[in-house]
Design a protein around this ligand. Structure first.
Ligand code: HEC
Length: 97
């Protein structure tokens, strides 16, 4: 019982930490906005990342890195980021609108 309460408390604390952390862009996220527009008013052939599903961003980065998904530049960019960095960037973009 004590254990379960403690586990729940830790769970809530880590969710809170994740929400606080998502306010500031994680390392590397600024590199994406040079090509992926932050604003909806910008017309660009490169899709916006803001609001995309977290898992979809992670999956796309993995596929670009492995070459499973064809790309012009994203293969090279994806290789420049670690798994943890991609996870953090994807989680952050998923919270943006
Ligand atoms: C030099 C320009 C450039 C930069 C910088 C860049 N991208 Fe891209 N991105 C593209 C282009 C162009 C595409 C379309 C695929 C291709 O041709 O490589 C793309 C496609 C994607 C897609 C697929 C989107 C979809 O809906 O199909 C994701 C996800 C993505 N980029 C994530 C990122 C992330 C995360 C970063 C930062 C770490 C980043 N990109 C930085 C140019 C860029």
């Amino acid at each position: 019982m004590v254990c379960r309460t403690l586990a729940a408390a830790i769970g809530v604390a880590s969710i809170a930490a994740a929400v606080v952390a998502s306010a500031e862009p994680p390392a590397g996220a600024a590199a994406c906005s040079g090509c992926h527009p932050a604003s909806t008013r910008v017309t660009s052939p490169v899709p916006r990342l803001a609001g995309l599903d977290r898992a979809a961003i992670v999956r796309a980065m993995e596929d670009f890195r492995s070459g499973t998904r064809a790309s012009t530049v994203m293969d090279r960019i994806a290789k420049g980021f670690t798994e943890a960095e991609v996870q953090a960037i994807a989680a952050w973009y998923a919270t943006q609108r």
